[in-house]
Design a protein around this ligand. Structure first.
Ligand SMILES: [Zn+2]
Length: 150
């Protein structure tokens, strides 16, 4: 069991092994009342699936483990700002909150100002918190530009 105060570090520590198998390094976890319910990482290449994002897989695992689709008491921790697909999934799962450690200015649902997490026309709003961790974005950059990172 992972102590919740270490969840950010736990997910950051996973990024190197995700990169080493050729996957874009993104890791996510679902927290419920200070307990980690599920953890997952991006496995788009391994599973040949465009929807195998860390956040989506963590949500799926959490619903299976908890035996319910509504996660309105759960928090999603993710090393990268969620894309629109994952933000929509978080909306569908009624997540309480999302904490992300790096911004994705080109593909992130919040950066793109899609307003999926806080839209008056949708029936559920999700609190979002940017908890910056330099390593989350550094490890992504190192994955895409291995030579320049050295
Ligand atoms: Zn995504």
């Amino acid at each position: 069991m992972i102590a919740i105060d270490n969840i950010q570090q736990y997910l950051i520590n996973k990024l190197d092994s995700i990169s080493s198998i050729g996957e874009v390094p993104v890791a996510a976890a679902i927290e419920l009342n200070g307990r980690v319910v599920s953890t997952a990482w991006n496995s788009r290449e391994t599973s040949n699936s465009p929807i195998s994002h860390a956040e989506l897989l963590a949500i799926e695992d959490a619903t299976r483990i908890l035996g319910r689709w509504r996660l309105s008491d759960c928090i999603l921790h993710t090393t990268l700002e969620p894309c629109p697909m994952c933000m929509a999934a978080a909306q569908q799962a009624r997540l309480k909150k999302i904490i992300y450690f790096a911004k994705d200015v080109n593909r992130g649902a919040i950066s793109l100002k899609l307003n999926l997490h806080n839209n008056d026309n949708l029936n559920h709003k999700i609190e979002v918190e940017y908890s910056e961790n330099e390593l989350a974005s550094k490890k992504l950059k190192a994955f895409f530009h291995p030579r320049r990172s050295k």
